[in-house]
Design a protein around this ligand. Sequence first.
Ligand code: DMJ
Length: 675
Amino acid sequence: AAAAMYSAAAASPPRRDFISVTLSPEEAVGVGGYNNSKAWRRRSCWRKWKQLSRLQRSIILFLFAFLAVCGVVSFTSMGEPWKSLTNKSLDEQRTEPEIPGLKLVNPAVLPAPQKADANAGDYPELSPQKQPKLPHIRRSPSNLQIKPPRRDVRLKTRHATSKIVEELVQADKEEKTEKSVISWRGAVIEPDQSTEPPSSKIKESEKPSSLEAEGQKEPVPINERQMAVIEAFRHAWKGYKDFAWGHDELKPLSKSYSEWFGLGLTLIDALDTMWILGLKEEFEEARIWVANDLVFDKNVDVNLFESTIRILGGLLSTYHLSGDSLFLEKAKDIGNRLMPAFKTPSKIPYSDVNIGRGTAHPPRWTSDSTVAEVTSIQLEFRELSRLTGDEKFQKAVDEVMKHVHTLSGKNDGLVPMFINTNSGQFTHLGVYTLGARADSYYEYLLKQWIQGGKKENELLEDYMRAIEGVKKHLLQRSQPKKLTFVGELAHGHFSAKMDHLVCFLPGTLALGAHNGLTADHMKLAEALIETCYQMYEQVETGLSPEIVHFNLHAQKGHKDVEIKPADRHNLLRPETVESLFYMYRFTGDKKYQDWGWEILQNFNKYTRVPTGGYTSINNVQNPSNPEPRDKMESFFLGETLKYMFLLFSDDIDLINLDKFVFNTEAHPLPIWVPA
Ligand code: DMJ
C-alpha cells in the first residue's frame, strides 16, 4: 500500500484534499549520493515546504501547535505529583507518626469551633448518629499535642537490637526535623501563646538546657523514680492484659475481671498515661482495641459522671496528645449518647443513661442526683463542643452551672451533696463536705475558669466564696501535730472526719494560686498536703485509709489520725499523689517527690500482685495481712501512676500547666487560647 501511494503521488500533481509527500529522485536517500551539508539540508527543507499546498502547510502547522499545547499541559500536570510528593515527604518528616496509623498536624493555635453536622440530633434514639467522616485530623490543636517520649527505647527488653537501632535512627530523624516545630513531648514553644511566666519553681539547673530559650528543647532524660513508675505501670498492664483485656477492671487475684459498664474502662482510662509514659507498644495495642472493639451501641446503663470523666475525658485527652482522630470520633459518639441524661424537668441531669437505648433515669430509690456528679462533667462537654463546633454539649452543662450558681441552700459557698432533678433544688440541706459527693464541684469551678481563659467570673466568684466557706466552717487543727485538716459540717455540728478524696484540695488550691489567686491559698495548700501525707505516714502500712478522723484533743499514745474499722481500706486512690504533683511543680520542693516515692514503694509492698496487677486492700493497718480485695480500679492507671510519673519529672513541659488543665480523672485537656 505504501508503494502504491508513492507511485500515485509521483505520477500526478498532488490533490488538495489529502496529504502527500513528493520526493524528487535526487532527494531520495541512496539516489544520487548523500549530501548532508547544513546549507543543502536547509535549502532542501525549504524547497519541500514551498512545494506543499496551503492546506498541507496549515495542517502541519496545526499539528505542531497541537503538539506544543499537549506538551505544556502534560508538563504542568506532571508537576503536581512532584509537588505533592515533595509536600508529602516534608509532612512525613515533620509529623512522622510515632505509632503507625497516627498522624500529627500543626495548626498554629486552637481553632475556633466549627459547626458540626447540622443534622446530628441531640439524642441517639431520635436521630441516628451521623458521623461524617472527618479528615484524618480535623481540628487537633497540635501545638498542644505531645510527642510520646522515646524513653521506651532505653527500657525495652523485649525488642531485638535491630529494632532499637531502627527506632533510634527514626527518632533522630524526627528530632532533627521537629526540633524547631514542637518541643520534645513538651507542649508549646510558640512564644505568643505562653504569655505567662513559667509556672514552675523547679530550679533553673534542673530545667531543660538553654536550647529551650531558643524554642528548642532537649529531651529530659527520665530518672530512676520515673522508671520505677513505668515498671509499676507495666506490671499493672500485664495483669490487665493477661486476665481482663477489654473489660472494665482487673481482678488480679482471681485472675479475672469485673464489668461495670462493659466498655473497657481501664483500657480507656490508661490510654493517655501510656502516651505520657512513652509506652508505644502498649498504646498501639490499646488503640487497635479502641478501633475494632470499642462499641457504645450497647443496651447498658452507665453513670453519667463516671463515664464522662473516665471515657469521654480519656478519649478527648488522648486525641489531644496523639492527634489521632479515632479518639475524637469515639468521644463524639459517647458524648452524643450521654446527652439524654439532660432531658429532665429541671435540666439537672439524671445520674444514669442507657447509651444504647438513649434513655436516662435517676437511681431507683430517689430522683436526686449528686451535686459533684452534675457539676463535674463540664470540662469534658465544653471541650467536646469546642472540638465539634456543636454547642449542644456545652449548653447543657453550662446551664447546670448557671443554675447551681443561683441556688439557695449554700453555706458561704459550700454546697449540699444532693440536687433534685425535678425541682432543681438542693436536697438534704445542712450537710457540707469537701469529700464524697461534693469534692469535684469545687475543683471544676476553678478548672472551668482556667479552661475558658479566666473570663467566666461567676465560676471564680463561686470558687473564692467556697474556699472562704471552707476556712470558716471546715478547717481545724489536729493534735498532737497541729495538722490543718478539712472536716465536715452536719446541721451545725463539726465532725473531724476527712475523706482521702479531700486530698485533691491542696493541688487545686495551688493551681488557683499559680493562676493569680491569693497567696493565702498556697499557704493553705502547703498545710493541707502535709496533712494528707500524714494520713499515709501515720498508718502501719504507710498507705492512707479511705477516711480518717482527726484527734482534736491530745491524748497520750494517740496520733493525729484515727481510723475506724469500716474505713481502713485503700482503693489505690490518686488524690494525695495528685496534690504532691502540683505542689512540686509550683514550689520545686523535693520533699514532695520524696513523699510520693514513699507512697509508691508502699503500693509496691502491699498492693502488688505477683502475677500482674495491683489490688485495693481492706486493711491499711495490718502490714502482715492487708487483706487484698481483688480489684484494680481504673483510676490507678488513669490517675495514680500518671501523677506519680509527673511528680518525679523535672520537665515542666511534660503536661505544661499553663497549657493543660487536668479533668478530675487526670486527663489533660487544653486550656482554650483567648481569641
Ligand atoms: C476518680 O474517679 C476521680 O478522681 C473522682 O473525682 C474521684 N474518685 C476517683 C479517684 O479517687
